[in-house]
Design a protein around this ligand. Structure first.
Ligand code: C5P
Length: 224
């Protein structure tokens, strides 16, 4: 069995992948399944935590006991996460958040015409993880005590991950080693957890629950 070392802790977890609408029926999206975020939620609940799960476009059953907030876009996720982190002890951003969204969402379905199609103009989405780190750095309460990000890197995993951890101001960055074996949609995962003030922790390929438990070990240690 798992330790009850997260009893009474309030945790916010984002999961899934955002969809950025082009018109009422079309969107720009990504292949995130939400499996890792849901594994984080289930394991945290098993360790006694109170969990708010901000889920973007996930086709998975709600983990029993979690408060699930469903969102679609990055802007909706930002609203939900910022509200949920009030009074939270830690946040884990496992969701794949779109870096860009279409500058304009058409109110009606974009028609197929004989003319050349219009280009899609994109604008930047807010970086929710970086914003949380910035709030904490500036002492802008409320902010969570522990901030955890995820990142997928294909090369120079440690150097790129280290730079990203510093840039985003998080405590832990779980870096997925993507490439020949994508993590998306698979039940298992391999990663290295970069620690702001410590040595990296290697997590061998295994169930997403195992990776989740290592993340919670590190989070529980920082909350203790
Ligand atoms: O910069 P990159 O997308 O690689 O960073 C990934 C991490 O940042 C993930 O934890 C993801 O949830 C978070 N993120 C975010 N807001 C964005 C983009 C990424 O919170 N707009």
């Amino acid at each position: 069995g798992r330790p009850a070392d997260l009893a009474g802790r309030r945790l916010v977890i984002s999961a899934g992948g955002t969809r950025e609408a082009l018109d009422p029926v079309r969107f720009l999206g990504n292949r995130s399944s939400g499996l890792q975020g849901y594994a984080l939620a289930r394991t945290a609940l098993a360790r006694g935590a109170e969990v708010t799960l901000v889920a973007a476009n996930v086709a998975l059953p709600d983990p029993a006991g979690a408060t699930v907030i469903r969102v679609e876009s990055a802007l909706e996720m930002r609203e939900a996460v910022l509200e949920a982190v009030e009074n939270a002890d830690a946040v884990v951003m496992a969701a794949a958040v779109a870096d860009f969204r279409p500058a304009r969402r058409s109110d009606s379905k974009v028609k197929k015409t004989s003319a050349e199609p219009d280009p899609i103009h994109l604008v930047k989405n807010p970086d929710i993880l970086a914003e949380l780190g910035e709030r904490r750095r500036e002492g802008l309460k409320p902010y969570p005590q522990v901030i955890v990000g995820f990142a997928a890197e294909t090369d120079d995993v440690l150097a790129n991950g280290r730079a990203k951890l510093a840039r985003k101001g998080c405590d832990l960055l779980v870096v997925n080693q993507v490439g020949e074996n994508l993590a998306f949609g698979r039940p298992d995962n391999a990663a290295v957890v970069l620690v702001a003030d410590g040595d990296p922790v290697e997590i061998p390929r295994g169930p997403k629950e195992d990776l989740a438990d290592v993340v919670w070990d590190l989070v529980a240690g920082r909350l203790a």
